[in-house]
Design a protein around this ligand. Structure first.
Ligand SMILES: [Fe+2]
Ligand SMILES: [Fe+2]
Length: 209
């Protein structure tokens, strides 16, 4: 993997996978729930789509070996790149679309439902927990994690298969993930999940599954 075109492709592939997962999760919410959401925010689904497509925008600037996880992140990587990316991506989204709802979805897409912020798997920016985290961010977090787990990642010997990734999501319902949304994600049809999984875009990644 070389220049910035590949970094863009890698990030876009992940953003699309996350967006498709987020929309699929939204679509399996009970119709009554969706109606209530859309009574408050009529364009909720469109905002979820647009913010999903932008949620990791500033990852395009990351060093390529960090972006493709060819090495473990250093303390400096966390400070400089990883922790700031939801805040900076949210700012860049707002500059582009002037939409405060999508901005909050992006800013909080790495918060944990239980509010845990310690290393190494803590949520960030660590400002919210539970249902105070915007619904779109709670949806995006699950879709994001699913896509990251089933995509090719060169630092792992083997990516998770879809059923293993769903087990992880089920297991972490109530800690990392919203306890209502996580089991619902697991009801999305296998054919939709297979499409979402797609292929990782790191050109030198190895698919050992
Ligand atoms: Fe992210
Ligand atoms: Fe992401």
């Amino acid at each position: 993997m070389g220049g910035s075109v590949e970094k863009i492709l890698y990030t876009v592939e992940h953003e699309i996978g996350t967006t498709d997962g987020a929309l699929a999760l939204y679509d399996v919410l009970p119709i009554e729930v969706r109606r209530q959401i859309e009574m408050q925010v009529p364009e909720f689904r469109d905002i979820l789509k647009r913010s999903g497509e932008h949620h990791d925008f500033t990852k395009r600037d990351w060093p390529e070996d960090l972006l493709c996880r060819k090495r473990n992140p250093s303390d400096e990587d966390w400070e400089l790149w990883i922790w700031p990316h939801p805040i900076e991506s949210a700012e860049s989204y707002f500059e582009m679309y002037k939409d405060p709802i999508g901005k909050r979805m992006i800013r909080h897409h790495h918060e944990r439902f239980d509010g845990f912020t310690g290393k190494p798997y803590g949520g960030y920016p660590g400002e919210l927990k539970g249902e105070s985290i915007p619904l779109g961010a709670r949806i995006m977090k699950i879709a994001d994690a699913f896509h990251a787990m089933v995509s090719n990642r060169p630092y792992r010997d083997r990516k998770f298969n879809i059923l293993e990734a769903l087990d992880q999501i089920r297991e972490k319902a109530g800690t990392e993930y919203d306890p209502t949304l996580a089991p619902l994600f697991c009801t999305i049809s296998l054919s939709v999940l297979e499409k979402i999984a797609g292929n990782g875009a790191c050109s030198d990644s190895k698919d050992a599954s």
